[in-house]
Design a binder for this molecule. Structure first.
Ligand code: NAD
Ligand code: TYD
Length: 345
């Protein structure tokens, strides 16, 4: 899908899961970068979908919000009937620990929901479908090596398995029906609007509340952290210039152990390391993820701009300045989940 020029009326993009962490950052990014585009945001507002993430842009005439389920065929058909040029599918159940507690919803949303979107995209002849997937479909690395797009899929958690299944369904729709789709596989994101059940916002907000910081196992699991705006730029490049049928790895070139991340947060906030509490390890906990994103760099000219040191400072500052945003979340349903996981610490 070519970029809209300044003179045309612009494209209409259906963003699913636009009230979540990455989806909302992507909507902010797209509105700033392509003011002539129209964005339709389809989100079911699950526990982590939050309209507060978009309150600054809610009254823009170019953004429409539809509360609904990607697995609801009628809703999807009605939206696509209005004329949509591209779908960017962020909608998902996204938390590994919840998938270990209850995999059912992960299959329904991540697999069946994606399949409904694919069916309806095919029916409506949507000219581009971007499936937002994850490095977790590749499984776990040892101390060395990186994931390339050719690494076999070996998902270890129900979350990762559901994302891998969705990727395979996208592939099947490309091969069978010839739909124009691409798959992106990104490493761990961090930044503003991330729900405080994921490592970085959980640790920042717990530290600010002088709560303990629950580190799983020995804390030496490694993730390749990417600042969410860099991810949005990569999706933009792939949406407009990615080649039909291709898979693109996206990474941050910032491998850190969980303990490194937690200590950096405590250090920046001036809080003591005694807040760290080693807790029981996650079942099937992947040891290390690392991405080779040279395909995206060489073919579409993308690479991350923000170092981990810059990004984590900006992210910590955002959570310090937006305390009411996460305090509201932490006082709701999520609190029950947290207490079930870790007790009332
Ligand atoms: P998130 O959990 O913050 O947001 C998910 C959004 O999807 C929420 O707004 C939720 O309400 C919505 N949603 C859930 N079920 C829905 C349904 N049935 N219909 C419509 N909307 C629904 O997730 P995130 O971290 O922003 O992740 C977005 C996507 O990026 C996911 O597909 C995830 O697999 C992928 N991803 C995330 C990361 C990461 O580090 N967060 C890394 C790589 C890939
Ligand atoms: P998370 O943010 O859940 O992302 P993912 O599991 O998708 O990589 O977790 C990132 C890492 O942090 C992972 O190794 C698990 C670990 N972790 C903790 O040690 N404590 C926590 O409370 C959480 C949520 C995660």
């Amino acid at each position: 899908m070519a970029e809209g020029t300044g003179t045309d009326k612009g494209k209409t993009i259906l963003v699913t899961g636009g009230c979540g962490f990455i989806g909302s950052n992507f909507i902010h990014y797209m509105l700033a970068r392509y003011p002539q585009y129209r964005i339709i945001n389809l989100d079911i507002l699950s526990y982590c979908g939050n309209l507060d993430n978009l309150c600054e842009v809610a009254d823009r005439p170019t953004v429409t919000f539809v509360k609904g389920d990607i697995a609801d065929r009628e809703t999807v058909r009605r939206i696509l009937g209005k004329g949509v040029d591209a779908i960017v599918n962020f909608a998902a159940e996204s938390h590994v620990d919840r998938s270990i507690e209850d995999p059912n919803l992960f299959l329904r949303t991540n697999v069946l929901g994606t399949q409904v979107l694919l069916d309806e995209a095919r029916e409506a002849a949507v000219s581009r479908f971007v499936q937002i997937s994850t490095d977790e479909v590749y499984g776990s690395l040892g101390a060395s090596g990186v994931f390339t797009e050719d690494t076999p899929l070996k998902p270890n958690s129900p979350y990762a398995a559901s994302k891998a299944a969705a990727d395979l369904m996208v592939r099947a729709y490309i091969e069978t029906y010839g739909i124009d789709a691409v798959i992106t596989r990104c490493s761990n994101n961090y930044g503003r609007y991330q729900f405080p059940e994921k490592l970085i916002p959980l640790m920042i907000s717990n530290a600010l509340e002088d709560r303990e910081l629950p580190v799983y196992g020995d804390g030496l699991n490694v993730r390749d952290w990417i600042y969410v705006e860099d991810h949005c730029q990569a999706i933009d490049a792939i949406l407009h210039r990615g080649v039909k049928g291709e898979i693109y790895n996206i990474g941050g070139a910032s491998e850190r152990t969980n303990l490194d991340v937690v200590k950096a947060i405590l250090h920046t906030l001036g809080k003591p390391e005694t807040l760290i509490r080693f807790v029981k390890d996650r079942l099937g906990h992947d040891r290390r993820y690392a991405m080779d994103f040279s395909k995206l760099k060489n073919e579409l000219g993308w690479e991350p701009n923000v170092t981990f040191e810059q990004g984590i400072q900006q992210t910590i500052a955002w959570y310090v300045e937006h305390r009411p945003w996460w305090e509201r979340i932490k006082s709701g349903e999520y609190l029950e989940y947290y207490e079930r996981m870790y007790g009332n610490r």
